[in-house]
Structures are given as C-alpha cells and as structure tokens.
Design a binder for this molecule. Structure first.
Ligand code: AMP
Length: 292
C-alpha cells in the first residue's frame, strides 16, 4: 500500500506510469480497470472495512482517504477530541489490500487561502443540517475535492450517515460529477449498536445506554409492521424509548422520505426512521427503513 499526504503525490501515484494503476496491487488490475474511492475520517472499524472490501471486490484500484475534515465540524463540536490512530488505520488498510491511502496532515488538504465552498440545498437543511449548521457544506466541499483529486469511477458511502448519503447523491447528480455512488448497509455490533468511531468515547455505562438508539428504531419498525402508518405516532414511539433512558438528550427522532428527508404524509415501507441523541456527552446517530 502506498501512502501519500498531498494531492500532488496522489496524482503522480495515480498517473498511468505512477505505479499504482499498472501494478494493480492487491487486485487483477491491468491499468484500465475501475478506480474506487472510500472517504473516511479514520479510526477505522468494521463499518469502514465493509466499504473497503466492497471497493476491493469491484475495483482494480482502491483508494482510501483518511482525513478528519475540519470544515464539517462546527465551533464547540468534537474536532479536537475526534478519535485518531493513523498507524492502526494503515495496518487495517494494508490488511485489506488497499492500493493507495491519502492521509493529509490535519491542515494539509485545503489550500491555505481556500475561499470556495460547495453548498448543498434543501436535502441538507433539516436534521443534521439544522443541528450542525455548516456541516453539510463542509462535507460537500471535501467530497467534491476528494472526487476531483482521485477521479474515481465509484465512491463508497455507508447508510449509517443516511442524510450525508442523500446530500452526496444530490451533489453528484446536480453537478454532473462523473462517479457512481455506491451505498452500503450499516454494520452493527452484535447487540445492535451501529459501529462508529465515536463509540470509544462513550464513558462507562453510556455504552449500554446507547442501545436506546437501535431500540427506538426497532420499536418504530415493529409499530409499522403492526399496521401503524401515522408519522407522528411512529415518531412518538421512538421518542418514548429514547426519553425513558437517563442522561440521553434527543436531537431528533423522525420518520422521513428516504431521498428528500421531508416528512411523508403517511409512512411507507421505504420511509426512513432517523435518530440523533447525545449519550453521556457523545453525539450518536442511527437510522433504519421502516419496512422490510
Ligand atoms: P466516517 O469516518 O465516520 O466519516 O465514515 C466514513 C464512511 O464510513 C461513511 O461513508 C460512513 O457512512 C461509513 N460508515 C461509518 N460507520 C459505518 C457503519 N457502522 N456501517 C457502515 N458504514 C459506516
């Protein structure tokens, strides 16, 4: 696995004579096959690994980026305390047969005088967008930069960040970016907690209390399976589960249309239940389809 820190090195490595394409390390690459990109903020877990494995199956060249993107964190958010362990990340990525990893230093990806940003529209406004102003502008900007730097044929994103996935899909569609966005399902712990780099920061008994997020989603799913179609009633079911847990501060527990993130008139199988809550001071998100 080649590790580069700058876009200049990345472009050299990906050039036809740069060694990465022609070597096809870890794959059967003959230099002409698809390139896959997996953007991450590091502190990798099995959720990230599922994206990398899918990319490894489908692409001749697999590029992973590891970058805690400062522009998607608001003031007072956990940018400084976001978990980091780059040596361990490299070990995992090597083990997965990744060809090239872009790991810019913390202030090393944006030009120092960067003055252009990508601002997504209505899909980025509610939920995470409302609770984290500017978050999706940071996401859309860094994803656009990564796509332009790597120019992958496919880019892999987890459904764990459901709204982010919809923002990225719209970005790619609206700006005609020549890449296929490949979504992958949420990877969970055996007890149901969605894997997240932030889980390590859950103090003591907060880990157990965090299970109220997947439990709330399951409660909405079973109410739906039992015939409940009222959005409000399904949202109440989730709020009841979350509010029953001590030291959990709910940001939202909603049922929305899967692509637009707007409230549906009546819930359907494809409606998405999304929850965000602070547990022991750590902000967690999770989501699920109501049906199937
Ligand atoms: P992050 O490092 O948190 O920015 O995540 C990088 C990518 O991994 C995003 O596309 C996430 O949606 C995805 N991801 C994070 N956690 C999970 C998970 N538990 N299951 C599947 N994908 C995930």
């Amino acid at each position: 696995m080649r590790v580069v820190e700058t876009v200049a090195e990345l472009r050299r490595a990906l050039a036809p004579d740069g060694g990465v394409r022609s070597a096809g390390v870890g794959g059967a690459g003959d230099g002409a096959g698809p390139v896959g990109l997996v953007p991450t903020m590091g502190y990798l877990h099995e959720g990230h690994v599922s994206l990398v494995r899918k990319a490894r199956q489908e692409c001749d060249v697999v590029v992973v980026s590891v970058f805690v993107n400062p522009t998607q964190f608001g003031p007072g958010e956990d940018f400084a305390s976001y978990p980091r362990d780059i040596a361990r990340d490299f070990e995992i990525l090597r083990g997965e047969g990744v060809d090239l990893t872009l790991a810019p230093p913390h202030d090393g990806f944006y030009p120092p005088d960067a003055d252009t940003f990508v601002t997504p529209g209505a899909v980025a406004e509610p939920l995470e967008g409302a609770h984290r102003p500017g978050h999706f502008r940071g996401v859309a900007t860094v994803v656009t930069m990564l796509l332009n730097a790597v120019r992958p044929d496919r880019a892999y994103f987890g459904e764990k960040d459901w709204q982010q996935l919809q923002v990225v899909r719209r970005l790619v569609r609206d700006l005609l970016l020549p890449v296929e966005i490949v979504p992958l399902p949420i990877v969970r712990e055996p007890d149901g907690l969605a894997l997240s780099s932030r889980n390590v920061r859950l103090p003591g008994d907060a880990r157990a209390r965090a299970l109220c997020l997947p439990r709330a989603l399951e409660a909405a799913r079973s109410a739906y399976a039992g015939g409940e179609r009222s959005r409000k009633a399904l949202e109440r079911v989730m709020a009841d589960v979350l509010e029953a847990e001590p030291d959990v501060r709910v940001d939202y527990a909603v049922v929305v249309e899967p692509e637009t993130l707007r409230p549906p008139r009546r819930a359907s199988a494809s409606s998405r239940a999304l929850v965000a809550a602070r547990v022991g001071g750590v902000r967690l998100i999770d989501n699920a389809a109501l049906g199937s």
